[in-house]
Write a protein that binds this ligand. Structure first.
Ligand code: FAD
Length: 286
């Protein structure tokens, strides 16, 4: 099933998972995967390391397993640290496994890994994948601007190039303030970007995540969000419940405002994915 077709039928509801590190056996993710598949999302996307940690093989295998369960898989494919030959090898594996959906990415530039020279931007990869077969291709987008871009207008002009290169739909970086998404969606429409845009929602349910949010994530943290995190950071159960409730609130508001889809960053946590799926099932029509 090509994911683009789903947007014509419903508000799409999807999950994202990440493969185990190469030092762990792939089987460590199977129980998590079984539970997430059991929640019947419209598709599950599998991240793929850009940094040479080499879990790409796992990503293909996990996407295959998702497909066998009857759920549509989407595999992420970053290009900045891969040569055309390496991308060809992965595309051949993706094709051989019957995976039709790819999230085409540049990947973060790691100061310790000199980028390969075949693909500079996600749009280069998207044009290339388009020439290699009938894939459904998604791209990433950034409601609060990609950190490498000088401003949101410049970033949206570059996003337009990505869509013109052949992106069928887009998935946003996580955000905690829905108004930033609505502002971005309006600017994207004005720039002539008319493909479906799924909103990426990350439930923040533990202290490690809060610390990561504060130090590494460019997402702005609304006062309401900070207050909740500060209030419950030393009470793991309350923090988990508050994080789930915050994500559910965001989703209800987004769906009421006509969002094309919700992409849940599950952080491989089936409990959290289940609670959120149950809370929004009537709204999304699961
Ligand atoms: P691009 O679209 O290439 O954009 C990168 C920068 O270049 C932006 O500042 C943009 O404005 C600019 N730009 C783009 N095109 C042009 C152009 N033609 N000319 C000039 N400037 C241009 N990373 C992984 O390694 N693995 C994953 O599995 C993964 N999954 C992700 C999933 C989602 C939903 C998101 C939002 C991100 C994901 N990432 C992943 C992170 C992503 O790789 C980084 O954010 C990366 O820095 C940018 O990737 P991109 O595809 O958006 O890049």
């Amino acid at each position: 099933m090509k994911i683009r077709e789903l947007f014509d039928q419903k508000t799409v509801f999807s999950f994202e998972i990440f493969p185990p590190k190469k030092t762990s056996p792939i089987e460590v993710i199977y129980d998590t995967l079984d539970e997430l598949q059991g929640l019947k999302p419209d598709f599950i996307s599998v991240t793929f390391s850009a940094g040479g940690s080499g879990n790409g093989g796992y990503a293909c295998e996990i996407a295959s397993r998702i497909k066998k369960s009857g759920i549509t898989p989407m595999i992420h494919l970053p290009c900045i640290n891969y040569s055309k030959d390496e991308i060809n090898a992965t595309l051949n594996e993706i094709k051989a496994r019957g995976i039709e959906n790819i999230l085409a990415l540049r990947g973060d530039i790691n100061p310790n890994i000199p980028p390969k020279q075949d693909f500079h931007y996600a749009s280069d990869l998207i044009s290339y994948i388009r020439s290699q077969g009938k894939f459904d291709i998604a791209g990433a987008c950034y409601p609060e601007c990609h950190p490498d871009a000088d401003n949101l207008v410049e970033d949206i002009m570059n996003l337009k190039k990505k869509v013109d290169a052949g992106a069928d739909h887009l998935i946003t970086q996580l955000f905690f303030d829905n108004d930033t998404f609505y502002d971005f969606r309006e600017k994207a429409a004005l720039a002539g970007i008319n493909v479906p845009i799924e909103a990426g929602i990350m439930p923040v349910v533990n202290k490690n995540q809060i610390e990561r949010m504060v130090t590494t994530c460019g997402a702005s943290l609304p006062r309401k969000f900070v207050k909740i995190m500060q209030r419950y950071e030393h009470n793991p159960e309350a923090l988990r419940d508050a994080g789930i409730a915050y994500a559910v609130n965001q989703i209800v508001d987004l769906v009421a405002s006509g969002v094309d889809g919700i992409h849940l960053y599950t952080m491989n946590n089936p409990y959290v994915a289940r609670k959120i799926s149950e809370a929004v099932s009537g709204i999304i029509g699961l």
